[in-house]
Design a protein around this ligand. Structure first.
Ligand code: ADP
Ligand code: MG
Ligand code: MG
Length: 245
């Protein structure tokens, strides 16, 4: 069974349909890009997966096991983590404290700083993130803070990580560094959902791309077989709908 499978997902907000009968499958060790115009339903689907919307119709399964999350905590316990556009890092804490947020190692009832620094250093190095674990989070560039938030989500056991518009605030070198880290995460067998309206970024990093329009999943294709023009046409729905009659 795939790590994540959704069938017939529908979701309305006060009578307005945000998702209509969506089937979505995420494979192991895949980077799956999600594209679609503003309001197409991308974030709503990902929030359902990450436990932020308990109310929806349809079925979800992790490794073939039925699940229905009613909180982000439940989703994370099942191995699903999300990195939001607005980071949830704590600027006044160190990098290591942010990585360990809520699960600091203790010794004799107090935080074991050495264990935490060493553990954070090892974890960050394993992801190829070059940063001093003692540095104050708020002193770091936004691209690095985002990598550390990703590191925190992985450290708390996520096997599936959802990134919502991760490149919006990044410089081109920061985007490349994020991609390097994501490729390493993929190589470890974990799966990534990458939501972005930067189509060049999506095509550069994704193995598979899914297009949403007006609450519907329009197509899922291997990234290597499609181009930007094809994506845009599907996103805006002009041309091929005329062909379909
Ligand atoms: P996308 O992420 O593709 O831009 P969204 O999933 O955020 O799209 O939105 C899909 C639709 O659902 C839009 O019409 C949006 O206005 C609506 N929507 C999303 N979240 C809410 C909410 N919390 N309350 C009411 N309407 C919402
Ligand atoms: Mg969105
Ligand atoms: Mg949204």
């Amino acid at each position: 069974a795939p790590p994540l499978e959704l069938r017939g997902i529908s979701k309305s907000f006060g009578g307005v349909a945000a998702l209509r009968d969506v089937d979505f499958v995420l494979r192991r060790g895949e980077i799956h890009g999600l594209v679609g115009e503003n309001g197409a339903g991308k974030s709503t689907l990902m929030k359902i997966i990450a436990g932020l919307h308990g109310q929806y119709d349809g079925r979800m399964a992790i490794d073939g096991r039925p699940v229905h999350f009613r909180s982000p905590r439940e989703a994370l316990a099942a191995g699903i983590g999300m990195v939001h556009q607005e980071l949830s890092v704590v600027p006044d804490l160190s990098v290591a404290e942010n990585v360990y947020l809520g699960q600091q190692p203790t010794k004799g009832g107090i935080v074991d700083w050495r264990a935490m620094m060493d553990g954070a250093r090892r974890h960050l190095a394993s992801l190829g993130i070059d940063v001093d674990p003692g540095a104050r989070m708020g002193s770091l560039a936004i691209g690095l803070q985002q990598l550390i938030e990703l590191a925190r989500v992985l450290f708390s056991g996520a096997r599936i990580v959802i990134l919502d518009e991760p490149t919006s605030a990044l410089s081109p070198p920061e985007v490349q560094r994020l991609f390097e880290v994501l490729r390493g995460v993929r190589a470890s067998g974990r799966s990534i959902v990458f939501i972005s309206h930067f189509l060049d970024d999506v095509l550069a990093i994704s193995d598979t791309v899914t297009i949403f329009r007006n609450g519907r999943l329009i197509a899922t294709e291997a990234a290597g077989t499609i181009d930007k023009g094809w994506l845009i046409q599907r996103m805006i729905g002009r041309g091929h709908e005329e062909l379909e009659g």
